[in-house]
Design a binder for this molecule. Structure first.
Ligand SMILES: [Zn+2]
Length: 124
């Protein structure tokens, strides 16, 4: 990722989605894994909806700590590589708000995500 593109992510996210770090340890994290072969520049996996900025510690824990990885899946930080990341809500833990991410660097906050879920799904 070049500097100009990274700057766009910095402008959108400003801080780590996990801890709020705004240091120079921020890394573009792919929500759906690119896999070993990588992915082309035009692939959905390399679009803004699939990439969030996270600190190096969060990146490390996602790969090495099962409990943290489970939480990352719950928060939409890790999603299936067959999912459409624009449709997968992503939780900004630092700010306490759910967001949808667009491929135009849009970040749409959802303030009532999950509201009414229990009433609608009686089995829960
Ligand atoms: Zn962090």
């Amino acid at each position: 990722m070049n500097r100009a593109t990274f700057a766009k992510y910095l402008e959108r996210d400003r801080v780590c989605w996990h801890c709020g770090s705004d240091g120079d340890d921020l890394i573009p994290h792919h929500r759906a894994n690119r896999g070993h072969g990588g992915a082309g520049k035009q692939s959905i996996l390399n679009q803004p909806s699939n990439i969030i900025l996270m600190c190096s510690q969060a990146n490390f824990l996602m790969e090495h700590d099962a409990e943290f990885a489970a939480r990352a899946r719950l928060f939409g930080w890790k999603i299936s590589r067959y999912a459409d990341p624009t449709l997968e809500v992503c939780y900004d833990l630092w700010r306490g708000v759910y967001c949808y991410l667009g491929n135009d660097f849009a970040r749409v906050e959802v303030h009532n995500y999950g509201k009414g879920l229990n009433e609608n799904r009686k089995s829960f």
